[in-house]
Ligand binder design. Structure first.
Ligand code: 1GP
Length: 227
């Protein structure tokens, strides 16, 4: 199975959003490297399990991004755990993770768990507000990327513009800051050209919302980064 560090392209699906069987088939058979199940609001265990079982009809790897320990469930190929580095509230950086580790550490398999150092860059997105982020300047973002790699030794740094297309110039600078930590970019990718542009710098690009708004264009992002 493709390792996270080999991912070029992933789709992120939200258990709170409706998706037809036909659309799901196209997404899972698109050639993407993995599907991430994750979202910010109204995430329920039932919703997560429903989506997981639908995705499991296909061979594509399926990862859960754990934004709420209540929906943790076995059966995924891996688990992504965000630490929101630009949050002003400790609970989103270390607090919830600390609680989850107290409860689950006996059953945690670190071969399938990946901590993600998140930097959330869109002040209008739900995750930014929910996790009480402050908008960093470029130099701050680069320092967070540096900390992700050298202070926390995180496997992943995630530049998150959820809902809006971000700065390719900043993505380029972030890439230059990272040697060992895998660089994921997500946010606002709707076209093959945008996918290609961000993939110049990011190791992996994530396409989320556009599968719900314009699936045809969203599907083209796969080929755009895999040629
Ligand atoms: C969201 O980074 C992902 O967590 C993808 O963002 O929904 O804007 O594509 P979009």
């Amino acid at each position: 199975m493709t390792q996270l560090t080999d991912w070029k392209h992933v789709f992120k699906l939200d258990p709170d959003k409706e998706i037809s069987d036909e659309a799901l088939e196209k997404i899972c058979e698109s050639g993407t490297d993995a599907i991430i199940v994750g979202g910010t609001d109204h995430i329920t265990l039932d919703g997560v399990l429903d989506l997981l079982s639908s995705i499991r009809r296909y061979s594509v790897p399926c990862y859960l991004e754990v934004t709420d320990a209540e929906v943790l469930t076995p059966g995924f190929d891996g688990y992504l755990i965000p630490m929101v580095l630009n949050s002003t509230d400790k609970q989103w950086i270390l607090g919830q993770q600390h609680e989850a580790i107290k409860e689950y550490r006996e059953v945690m398999n670190w071969d399938e768990i990946f901590m993600e150092g998140y930097c959330i860059m869109n002040p209008d997105c739900k995750a930014f507000k929910k996790t009480s982020c402050e908008l960093p300047l470029d130099e701050d973002v680069l320092a967070y990327a540096y900390m992700a790699e050298h202070v926390f030794h995180l496997p992943v740094f995630y530049l998150e513009y959820s809902g809006t297309y971000g700065s390719a110039e900043l993505a380029k600078k972030v890439k230059n800051e990272l040697q060992n930590t895998h660089f994921i970019y997500g946010g606002g990718i709707q076209t093959a050209a945008q996918a290609k542009e961000m993939k110049e710098y990011a190791d992996t690009i994530v396409v989320g919302n556009s599968v719900y708004t314009n699936l045809k264009e969203a599907l083209k992002t796969v080929k755009a980064v895999k040629q």
